[in-house]
Design a protein around this ligand. Structure first.
Ligand code: NG1
Ligand code: MG
Length: 518
């Protein structure tokens, strides 16, 4: 486990690939310039946290399972100046796009009042800043925070499934930490790992019951690799490099431009899925004779672990870790068929039925599993649980292919095809079982496959947002030309220049950093 804190850098060239660097330099310079115009002084530092594209492993982080995202070059920057008088705790937050995002100014309240108000029902952009600010101050038990002047610049498209929200929360966390650092006693500065955990907790103030993939990736990603992120029993991030024995792979992002604001739709989409998977975990545990803690807290990964402990599973000699995981996950899919595969449950059940199967009253179920409002006629436990175990199996396979291709002497064609198949299967499962795709994502992923992608799927929460496609790097320009067909048909208003931010390949970027140079 890494004990390092957030890196402090004085050169941004390590954050961006060659083609993006000139544009990035101009943006950083203009942020510092705008800051001076706005506040009449230069910033003390700039915090940076990236968005991410999830390569595989959708909607399984909150079930405790490992996922495989990659940090992207698009990011959130916050330029900060700390109050020099030592007496003014006021916080001002502005956005470089002030026409769309109006500023916020507040004087922090006391720690027991939560420092700053956050109303999850009011969908304002500054909630994400406030969430990160509150999260850090609470964790570090800061009594008298220093005043902060902040200016934010974001390039991660909002509502595109590329984690603009987490990039912003994480960036606010590290900006606040840096600004308040001198108030901490020596040795108390949190590690990057601890900051990832603080960021995961912080974003829940905005009202989504998120799993943690986005914040862990945004803070902890290492350059030139994807991140395998595990959550259970503890948060652990392992870099996964792509095989170097074959020509490079690129991941091309194409945004449907259907924005899906998770905070707004959470009661009927994201948070509902969290509740469905929790309900499925409880009912599977009961059927398997696994004790459920008083708190009710038990996710599908814990059900899997407890089940194999209970039956005294010992793997056959010589099996690899990946083979063992795959065997267990395959068996769990069969358990889902057996326990949840009845006609009645397959069709979706009412809340009353869900409570009955859970052996809980409506109010008990709500207290244990529904921390944010949801609305649903039917709960689909069978399809959700089946997706989760199947999707985790694909994550394990995907990682294993990347790690073993070299030793197995596999050709590029084999590796691309195997990874692509897994991405396509993930898309079908998201569409058919998890019900988080949409017509535009179906169309775009299909066009991607016809245009030379080995695999294509939605990325992030879904219901709109972006797709990600696996393409050999040397084929990217031609692929992008073909993908533009979608936009000519559905978005003829977009210029060539605008399209560059809508369909693009991103190199893997590194995680959060603070910049203190000039
Ligand atoms: P998006 O909507 O792309 O930020 C969300 C969750 C993730 C994960 C994915 C689905 C948050 C902050 N993010 O991502 O944790 O569950 O959906 O795989 O809640
Ligand atoms: Mg998000």
């Amino acid at each position: 486990m890494t004990q390092a804190t957030i890196p402090v850098i004085d050169d941004i060239s390590i954050l961006y690939s060659e083609p993006k660097l000139a544009g990035a330099r101009a943006r950083w310079a203009s942020l510092a310039h705008d800051f001076e115009q706005l506040y009449g002084r230069v910033p003390d530092f700039i915090a940076r946290s990236p968005g991410r594209v999830n390569l595989i492993g959708e909607h399984i982080d909150y079930a405790g399972f490992g996922v495989l995202p990659m940090a992207i070059e698009d990011d959130c920057l916050i330029a900060v100046a700390i109050d020099t008088t030592g007496t003014d705790p006021t916080v001002k937050v502005s956005n470089t796009n002030s026409a769309k995002y109006p500023p916020l100014k507040f004087i922090p309240k006391s720690a027991d009042q939560g420092y700053v108000d956050i109303d999850p029902q009011a969908h304002v952009w500054t909630n994400y800043f406030a969430a990160g600010y509150r999260g850090v101050l609470e964790d570090l038990q800061i009594v008298k925070p220093k005043g902060m002047l902040c200016l934010m610049s974001g390039t991660v498209p909002a509502g595109a499934g590329l984690s603009s929200s987490s990039a912003f929360v994480c960036c606010s966390v590290i900006a606040t930490l840096k600004a308040q650092e001198s108030l901490l006693s020596t040795g108390k500065t949190p590690t990057a790992h601890e900051l990832a955990i603080i960021s995961i907790r912080s974003e829940r103030y905005v009202g989504t019951m998120g799993g943690g993939m986005d914040q862990a990736c945004s803070i902890l990603a290492k350059p030139n690799s994807a991140c395998f992120i595990e959550f259970h029993p503890v948060l652990k991030v392992t870099p996964v490099a792509f095989p170097t024995t074959i020509p490079p792979i690129a991941f091309v992002i194409a945004d449907t431009l259907v924005t899906s604001d998770k905070a707004v739709t959470a009661p009927v989409r994201y948070n509902l899925r969290v509740v469905e998977t929790r309900g499925a975990a409880r009912i599977l545990a009961m059927a398997l004779g696994i004790p459920i803690p008083e708190s009710g807290k038990l996710h599908l990964k814990q059900v899997l672990d407890a089940h194999f402990d209970k039956i005294g599973y010992t793997p056959a000699a010589g099996k690899t870790e990946a083979e063992i995981d795959i065997e267990k996950l395959t068996e769990m899919v069969q358990v889902v068929e057996r326990v949840l595969g009845t006609d009645e449950i397959k069709e979706g059940i009412s809340f009353e039925k869900l409570c009955q199967l859970s052996q809980l009253s409506g109010s008990e179920f709500t207290r244990l599993y529904i921390q944010q409002p949801i609305r649903a006629e039917r709960f689909h436990l069978y399809r959700r649980a089946k997706h989760v175990f199947g999707e985790e199996k694909r994550v394990v396979e995907f990682r294993d292919i990347c790690e073993k291709a070299e030793a197995k002497k596999q050709t590029a064609e084999t590796v691309f095809s195997l990874l692509g198949e897994l991405m396509d299967a993930s898309q079908s499962s998201c569409h058919e079982l998890f019900d988080c795709s949409c017509d535009q994502l179906e169309e775009l992923t299909k066009l991607a496959r016809q245009s030379g992608a080995y695999g294509s799927r939605l990325t992030g929460a879904g219901w709109g947002g972006a797709s990600v496609s696996l393409v050999p790097e040397d084929k990217v320009p031609g692929f992008i030309v073909k993908m533009k067909e979608y936009y000519r048909k559905h978005h003829p208003e977009l210029t060539e220049e605008e399209l560059e931010n809508v369909v693009f390949a991103s190199a893997p970027s590194s995680g959060a950093a603070t910049f203190v140079g000039r």
